[in-house]
Ligand binder design. Sequence first.
Ligand code: TXA
Ligand code: MG
Length: 343
Amino acid sequence: MQTRVLPISDSSIHEACRILRHGELVAFPTETVYGLGGLGLHLAAIEKIFRVKGRPKTDPLILHLPSPNLATAVASGFVADPLPPLALLLAETFWPGPLTLILPKGPLVPLTVTAGNNTVAVRYPSCPSAQRLLQEVGHPLAAPSANRFGRLSPTDAAAVLAELNGKIPLILDGGPCPQGIESTVLTLTELKPTILRLGAITPERISSVLNQPVLLQSKKISAAMASPSPGMLAQHYSPQTPLYLCTSPIQAVTPEFQFIVFCETRLAVQPNVHLLAPDGKGETAARNLYRFLRQADGCSSAAILIDPIPDSASAPALRDRLERASLGTAHFQDGQWHLRTRA
Ligand code: TXA
Ligand code: MG
């Protein structure tokens, strides 16, 4: 299959809708990462998503709603009635935006989407191109990140093409994603609101809106354990080159490795150094992280070493992804780097 890449326009959105209505898949931009979209109530399209991604059927998909109105989603049978009491408040506060809510599943949602669960993940993205697509198709789109399973999420059309060339008919190119890491996933189906995946919407913001603490699902869940949200697997979101987290700020670089430094421009003159956040801001680091990991991954080096992430609102989500993507830690001593692989 030939994969076309078309810039966002009326005609490319129209073409995307035509393809989607035939049960085929289209990759599209969101504010977080690119999604691999298919009609979310259409079994054949959903099966295709799992097949193309190589994703286990036990890992449920997010439904991207055609409108930010949760009451409409309930009336349409996407989400069950009654809504958990806090759901409307959260949707009104954070949608459009990078918050995924886990809610009781509506009768129209196939169990294949939810991996057999009676809950469904829903969100309404803030990216205008995604909104145009969703509104025109008028149907929820199931869309995981547009990468093969376990790999880095793509944050531009070239990265989607590198992942899925020949496997899908169309990629809508809306430029680089402004946020760069996946949405926060919050469940409202437990006794207390619980974050299953950290993202751009911080626990602090959510708890201040809810006026109560939110729980954070324990960080590492091994593949062998039953997982409430497979994005929580200890090993996930990985480049192919082994990644190591530096235990203190990088002061020296050596030629055999790729280095992702946070904002130390003095080091960035070397070709094997990638500068994550020249302005020192956490949100810039989030926007660039996957792109630089991909870039470094393509350099055929023995390992990628990354600076510690300084504190900021984005830091917990970034550190979470890096811990999952890394094999261990690195420290510089006696003129050389020492890599320690985690047990
Ligand atoms: O930012 C994002 O969320 C991107 C863009 C494309 O919207 N999508 C994304 O999808 O990251 P995906 O499939 O790569 O990650 C969805 C996460 C997974 O960790 C999945 O296990 C969890 O959401 N999830 C989905 N449905 C769930 C459910 N019913 N219960 C618990 N976790 C669920
Ligand atoms: Mg993913």
